[in-house]
Every structure is written in C-alpha cells, then in structure tokens.
Ligand binder design. Structure first.
Ligand code: SAM
Length: 285
C-alpha cells in the first residue's frame, strides 16, 4: 500500500470515516522521498528501537519498521488506530500506543519496549506542541541517542541556532544543554496533505549531555534562562530582576563578577556565560 499516494490515503480515510483534525496538527507527508530519508538519518537501523510520535496513517512508521528492530509509536487520535491496523499489517515489529505524548510515562515505555536496544526518536511532530515535546524528551533524561524531527521552519532555525546569536531563544539553550542540533533538510508545504501554511525543516539532535549540573543548580539555570529570554528586548538585568524578583543591584553585581556587562542581553551570552552567571547568581541569593 502506497501511503504517500493521495488517492490511496483518501480511500483509506473514507473507508474508516476519518477526516483531518487541524487541532491535532494532522498534515500527512505525501512525498515518497521524505520518510526514507528521515528514517535513514534518524538512526532507524539494526540494533535500534525507534520511538515515533504521531503516526498519521503510518507513512513514516512503515519506513522506520523496515529498518529498525522495533518501532513503538504514540498516537493520540483513536480514530487512527483501526487505520494503522490495516496500513501496518505487514509489520510484526510495530506497536502503536493510543495516548498523548505529553502524558505518557516515556521512561517506562522505553524500558519496556526497547530492552537491549539502542534508542532513537523520529517524528513528523504536530506543530502545536513542538517545543514542549522536545523539552519533555530532553528533560526526562531518557536513554535516547538522537531526536530526528520535522518541525516548522522557524522553529527549526531557533532549535539549531547558536547560543549567543540573535536566533537563539530559551529552547536553543535547552537543546544545547542536552545535545547538539543541526538542520538536515527543508521540506516545503506542498509535500503535505492538507498543505499547512508554513514550510518545514527536519532537524536532528544528537544527545550527548554535555552539561550536567546538580538538580537544584539545573532547576535554577532553567528558571533563569526562561526569565532572561522572556522579554527579549530587555537587558538580562531587567528581565531577570522583574521575572525572578531579584533586586537589580544583585543582578548587576553578579553580572560584573561573572565578567559580563551590566547591559548584556541573553542573546549575546554563550552557554558557558549563562552557566557561570546562573551559578554566581544562585550563590548571591
Ligand atoms: N507521521 C505522520 C506523517 O508524517 O504523515 C503524521 C504527522 S502529523 C504532522 C502529526 C501526528 O501527531 C498526527 O497523526 C496527530 O494525530 C498526532 N498527534 C497530535 N498530538 C499528539 C499528542 N499530543 N500525542 C501523540 N500524537 C499526537
């Protein structure tokens, strides 16, 4: 069954009485070249278990299942479960869990499903929850090696930006804390059904846990990052002081003690600058 063929998709959908839900970010891939490339670049190969988020009719799931030892997919839309039973009938190494990726116990799923395997995540993510899903995958410190996902083009730019550059945001720091992100290839809107209003990019985050702060330190670091980037036009001192309720003088002194200008903006700070500033600020409270 060719799951990138529009006629085939429409036929299956109508037979199962399925219609697209905009709210769930349902834009299905209809270009046959995209899913094999995501699977190959996303570590779907022997020795790997792949966790997929959001199957649609199973177009990517199938390519993952052809290459990896096992695929476990989480799909929130119950209407797709009978569709997938049909489209993935030829594969005995796929399991679909009908649930919300933001609510399931990912640690438990990975332990139960992928014992003895290396683990990768691959997905064409629903765009309304791109950042929360990525941060959930990273913060849970799952035993995964990579996260290869299709995201909205602008989100991709931010996720792969260099910390200390104009494109950086809180999510950029989050990604850099746990791994290294890079853009793999762009996918324009006509490659989906229905076509969304935006173009997309496939990115890959290699998880390498470069930074490993103690739990309390880490919590404070992320609070600071969130506060600092929440008001992009303000200086770090103004944003941090107003968002975290810390006297401005304390923030100024800490910036100076960290070797940073009082007028610094978050987007000009490197990863190490932020880590040092965070440690010093926490120590000053
Ligand atoms: N993988 C398919 C493809 O590439 O054609 C579908 C991708 S579509 C952009 C996103 C999928 O994620 C949809 O099937 C949607 O129902 C599912 N989804 C949306 N929110 C979800 C959630 N919170 N948890 C799990 N799946 C979700």
């Amino acid at each position: 069954m060719n799951l990138t063929d529009i006629k085939t998709i429409k036929e299956i959908m109508s037979r199962h009485g399925f219609s697209f839900s905009k709210g769930l970010g349902q834009n299905f891939i209809i270009n046959p070249e995209i899913c094999p490339e995501i699977a190959e670049k996303g570590n779907a190969r022997q020795g790997f278990g792949v966790l997929e988020i959001g199957t649609g009719v199973g177009v990517l799931t199938k390519e993952l299942a052809k290459r990896a030892d096992k695929v476990t997919a989480i799909e929130i839309d119950a209407r797709l479960i009978p569709v997938l039973a049909e489209t993935l009938a030829d594969f005995d190494n796929v399991k679909v869990i009908n649930d919300d990726v933001m609510k399931v116990d990912l640690q438990k799923i990975i332990a139960e499903e992928f014992a003895g395997l290396r683990v990768a995540v691959c997905a064409n993510l629903p765009y309304y929850i791109t950042s929360p899903v990525i941060m959930r995958l990273l913060e849970s410190r799952l035993p995964i090696e990579s996260v290869t996902v299709m995201v909205q083009k602008e989100a991709g730019q931010r996720l792969c930006a260099e910390v200390g550059s104009r494109d950086a945001g809180a999510i950029t720091v989050g990604v850099n804390y746990y791994g290294t992100a890079r853009r793999l290839f762009d996918v324009s809107r006509e490659n989906f059904m229905p076509a969304p209003n935006v173009d997309s990019t496939v990115i890959k985050i290699d998880i390498n846990q470069r930074y490993n702060l103690a739990p309390d330190e880490e919590k404070f670091f992320f609070r600071l990052v969130k506060a600092g980037f929440s008001q992009r036009r303000k200086t770090v001192a103004n944003a941090v002081s107003s968002q975290m309720g810390i006297p401005k003088e304390t923030v100024y002194t800490t910036l100076r003690n960290t070797g940073l200008s009082e007028k610094s903006r978050m987007e000009s700070l490197t990863m190490q600058n932020i880590i040092d500033f965070s440690a010093n600020l926490r120590g000053a409270l």
